[in-house]
Design a protein around this ligand. Structure first.
Ligand code: XIL
Length: 457
């Protein structure tokens, strides 16, 4: 039930700073083209996306970083990277207990040197498991999976903006069921267990659920993932984002209700990401539509294409990417850049509404300590609160919020929850006398948290 600690404000500021520095870096090298009689139009995907508060990224195969044609395009065009294979379980833990971070670290180094954001992919998945894990089951497997999540998220702590914590856990077709796998057979709660372990290991990374065939709003699989995210949010399971792989290759097509899918997930209070985009034969219309749909949804944070040149693609025979095998821009590239340049600039991460009115209640006297509330930053959909305790060095403070508001994140304390999820008991955990939390307003912008008690010890 407990939310794990994290500091969303810190994480978001870091992200904004990185996007801006990436944009500045790209503009400095690539320059911005100013068309006569028009607003300035950026000349690269990353710079243009950054002007809209988004990223534009690509999957990278670390072995190709030695190919200068590849690296030239990568550094010029993209401000986000995902390891195509190098952060998967078989790559990072080939033998149980033996971690091999060489290639993944190399990619992270490259990204940092270029001001690119890194998406970690992926901590828990039925596929690309090392042999030793494929042969496991039950509690042994559950513990091995949780250990992998903890070790890997700890190793990369501070370097990963978003983790695909769990990948592809739902079945295709009309069942809406979980996909059968050795992980699923350890118990239905394996996904939330993975998210909790990831949050504990790296409180500042945003944690995503990632899947394919969840693009069409009417599909049973999309609806099933939606219900899981809704359930996680309502129970305080730490989830921040949903990744739509959006492989419109291998027989699946861009659906006309894609924007509805993006905005419906976003309305649950999670960010959405387009994480592995490729489209068979790279039609300009479909690429343009994907960009426009993302730009239309404020919580769509960015787009990652699954490779740079057609020859780099996992489905190279479908020529699904933005550059041809010689590294030349295809018509789809021009369509994407134009759509990005035509897009509107979303609100920045600054507060967009005034703080809710009304003072929070102060706790009744007695209990051996006093808790003082300081309202924090406010966004359109959520607000932060910090609470400072005086009179005791170890304490517990009971905070009640008003449904449908929900606490979505906490920091600098150890929370537990009552069964309604609306009453949080925050205990000191050695990180000082001020704790904080983020409350999603969920349509109620006037209610404030109530401090019910402060108890020393
Ligand atoms: C693919 C890689 O592109 C291939 O190189 C590898 O052989 C198999 O995996 N969904 C995912 C990605 O989440 O990790 C997959 O990447 C493509 C489908």
């Amino acid at each position: 039930m407990a939310n794990s600690s994290r500091a969303p404000g810190r994480s978001r500021r870091l992200r904004a700073a990185l996007v801006v520095s990436a944009a500045v870096g790209l503009l400095a090298t690539a320059g911005a083209v100013v068309l006569p009689g028009s607003a300035s139009a950026a000349s690269t995907l990353g710079a243009s996306a950054a002007e809209r508060g988004r990223y534009f990224g690509t999957a990278v195969a670390v072995s190709r970083l030695n190919d200068s044609a590849y690296t030239t395009i990568l550094n010029r065009e993209f401000n986000q990277v995902t390891a195509e294979n190098e952060m998967k379980i078989d790559a990072l833990q080939p033998n149980q207990g033996q971690f091999n971070y060489g290639n993944a670290d190399r990619l992270v180094q490259h990204a940092r040197s270029q001001g690119m954001l890194v998406r970690g992919h992926t901590l828990a998945w039925h596929s690309q498991q090392p042999g030793w894990m494929q042969n496991m089951s039950g509690t042994t497997l559950r513990n091995a999976m949780l250990n992998h999540v903890t070790q890997v998220a700890t190793h990369f702590r501070g370097q990963i903006e978003w983790w695909d914590v769990v990948n592809e856990a739902f079945a295709d077709g009309s069942s809406g069921a979980r996909r059968d796998s050795n992980l699923q057979r350890t118990g239905n709660d394996w996904i939330e267990a993975a998210f909790r372990a990831a949050r504990q290991a790296d409180p500042n990374a945003d944690l995503c659920y990632n899947d394919y065939n969840i693009d069409n709003w009417n599909d049973a699989k999309t609806q099933a993932v939606y219900r899981m995210v809704q359930d996680f949010k309502s129970r305080g399971v730490p989830i921040d984002c949903v990744g739509l792989q959006s492989h419109f290759t291998g027989g699946s097509n861009y659906p006309s209700n894609y924007r509805t899918t993006l905005s419906s997930f976003a309305a649950l209070g999670v960010d959405v990401h387009i994480t592995e985009l490729d489209i068979r034969n790279a039609p300009t219309d479909a690429y343009r539509n994907v960009v426009n749909d993302c730009l239309a949804v404020a919580r769509c944070k960015g787009i990652t294409v699954w490779g740079i040149r057609d020859s780099d693609s996992w489905r190279s025979s479908e020529n699904p990417l933005l550059f041809n095998g010689s590294g030349q821009k295809k018509p789809a590239y021009d369509a994407v850049l134009a759509a990005l340049n035509n897009g509107t600039t979303p609100p920045t991460g600054n507060p967009t509404t005034t703080p809710p009115t009304g003072n929070p209640t102060t706790p009744p006297p007695g209990g051996g300590c006093t808790a003082t509330v300081t309202p924090g930053q406010v966004w359109g959909d959520r607000y932060n609160t910090s609470v400072t305790v005086s009179g005791a060095s170890t304490w517990s403070v009971v905070v009640a919020i008003t449904a449908p508001q929900k606490i979505s994140a906490t920091w600098s304390g150890s929370p537990t929850w009552d069964s309604s999820g609306n009453v949080m008991t925050m205990r000191s955990n050695g990180s000082g006398n001020t704790f904080g939390f983020t409350t999603m307003m969920n349509g109620n912008s006037s209610a404030r948290p109530q401090i019910r008690s402060c108890t020393a010890g």
